[in-house]
Structure formats: C-alpha cells, structure tokens
Design a protein around this ligand. Sequence first.
Ligand code: OSB
Ligand code: MG
Length: 369
Amino acid sequence: MRLERIRLQLIRLPLREPFRIASGVTHERRILLTRLDFGGVEGIGECVAGEAPFYSAETVDTARLVIERHVGPALLGRELAGPEDVAPLLDSAARGHAMAKAALEMATWDAFARAAGVSMTDALGGRGGSVLAGVSLGIQDDTAALLDRVADYLDQGYARIKLKIAPGRDLDVVAAVRVQFPGISLTVDANAAYSVRDLNRLRALDDFGLDYIEQPFPPDALLLHAELQAHLDTALCLDETITSPERCRDALKLGACRVVNIKPGRLGGYVRSVEVHDACAEVDVPVWCGGMLESGIGRAHNLALATLPNMTLPGDTSASDRYWVRDVVDPPFTLNEDGSVDVPTGPGIGVTLDEDFLHSIEEDRLDLR
Ligand code: OSB
Ligand code: MG
C-alpha cells in the first residue's frame, strides 16, 4: 500500500484529575493523533509524548515537528510491502524520537490489519480475549485520601495497584497501603528519582512484598540497577531505561532487572516492542504493557500488544474512566469484574472514533502529502 496523506490531528483532553509522578505533573493531555490515508484505508495512531519532557526528551511539540520535517517525508508516497518496512525507513530519517516514529509505525500496522480484515491482535499473533489490568496512582499529598483511592480501585476489580513514589514519599506511604491491604498485588514506580545515595531507602522497600520496584535510577544507570538488583529480593522492573531491544538485552545480561515494562511509544512501535518481548521471553523475564495516559486509541494499540504470550503481568491498561470523563472512542473501555479489559476484535485496533467529540476538542490539524 502507498501512503498518500498523514493527518496530524492535535486534540486537548482534560484528565479527570492531575497525575503526579516523581519527575512532573500532568493536568491535561494535548494528544497528537496520526491518521494515515493509504488510498482509502485509514490507519490511526496516537503519539504518547507529553506536554513537557520529564519522562523522556520528547514532547508533543517535538514529535509534531519531527514528523512534519523528517520522518513523515521519509514515509509519504512510499509503496510499503508491509508494516515491517516502516521502522527502518524512519530510522534512516532521524535518530531517536521514538514516540514520533511509533505514532506512524503503529498507525501503519492498523491500516494493514484493516485492509486485511484482521484484528491488530491477530496481526501480532496474540491470543485475544481480555487482558488483566492494573492501575497506576499518582503521588498524593494526603495518605488517607490515597488509601480511599486504593480501596475504590480494588472494589472496581483492578488486578494490581502501582504507587508512584519519590525519595521521602515512599516508605511511609507503601507501609500504610500494605498494612491496610496485606494481600494485594502491589508495586511502586520511582520514575528515575533515586540516586546511589538512596541505597538504604531502596533496600528498605524489600520488606513490603512488592511484585517489583519500577525504575528507581536514571535511564542510563544500567550498572547501578544491576548492583541494586543483586542486593534485593524484590524484582526490579525497568521502564525509562528500555529504549531499544539492544538496551534491553544489555539490561538482561547485566541482571539489571527481573521484569520489563514495554511501552511501544518508548520503543518506536510494535516491531521493536515484540523484539523486546521475545528477548525477555527467551530468558524467562516476564513483561507487561505500560501506559502513558493514552486516549482510547493508544489504549487499543496497547491492549493488542498486551495479548502476547509473555505479557504475564497486569498492565497499565486501565479502563477509560480511570483517566477521562469522556473518551474519544465509542464505546469506551470498561473494566470487567475479574479485573480484565476486553481486547477489541474488529479490524485493526477495532475501535470506533467519536468524530464529533474529536472535532470539538481539536486544537490544530496539519495534512502532509
Ligand atoms: O512511568 O509508567 C510510567 C504515566 C506517564 C508517564 C510515565 C508513566 C505513567 C504511568 C501511567 O504510570 C500509566 C497509565 O497510563 O495508566
Ligand atoms: Mg514507569
């Protein structure tokens, strides 16, 4: 198929409540949607880059610029044999900018799956059905309020609770949650906020029966993570560090983690995500699908990825109402009583866009030909 047009549709979607992680806070999302036209077959993607560069170096504005000037032109007018052709083309046009590239690569997968009349899950070789969902709670000022939120999410059925932590906002909070909810599946995510000076504090987290501790140290700190992992019973899980399959293999070889969070935006799309998934499976390291506060479009992509066989831990693939008063897909994603979310079965990512709503929250649109 030949890519005839890239539409960059920028929408503004307010979060139900601010989401605070160690490195910054998000109040609303400006989301760049990539709508590709392959001669009448549309493929849809969502760029997960945030407003400010506190998770990675990319932002929604850098992604828009890089797509417009560099990676978009590398793809436009091309005759593609399949979606596997995309990543090498984009890599030859720009180094880095994984989130910008992923938004094009994943939209191309969607288009090819739609054209073939198969679901994205089938296109990836996943098992379909539903996937277990966890929920990620931002840093809260008030621990009593946090405990109420945890109780509410557990009532709803979420299969795992993840607490965002930062130095000094960690041991007391985790202890309070563990005392109140002794048996639950509980994890923490530090978003790279700790340093070598915090080793004792991190080792103290070993006492809480956590499923894993996510990304304590900065992204580049492979050896430091390996050193910490050697002194912990609890598994480390890497997120920000895992920017490529090569880096993932290094992390596995060094023993820098025992769990990996796969985010297709961070890895540049599906092909690299599957490669990371497979590399982990080879050494029996379980993986799960992370989230970046996606709308229903990115969520649908993540759910398809989460059906792969080594995705054995609950993902940050929560229901639409955990994030949004109104999602951009109709129907929105809901949580089943058993804590799972159904994976769409229709062609491609299998969601129907609420075009009227999208139009009403559109901030900008750019068509590249
Ligand atoms: O570290 O997983 C993270 C959100 C924004 C940036 C980084 C992270 C997160 C989350 C939210 O934890 C996960 C979700 O989308 O539910
Ligand atoms: Mg994380």
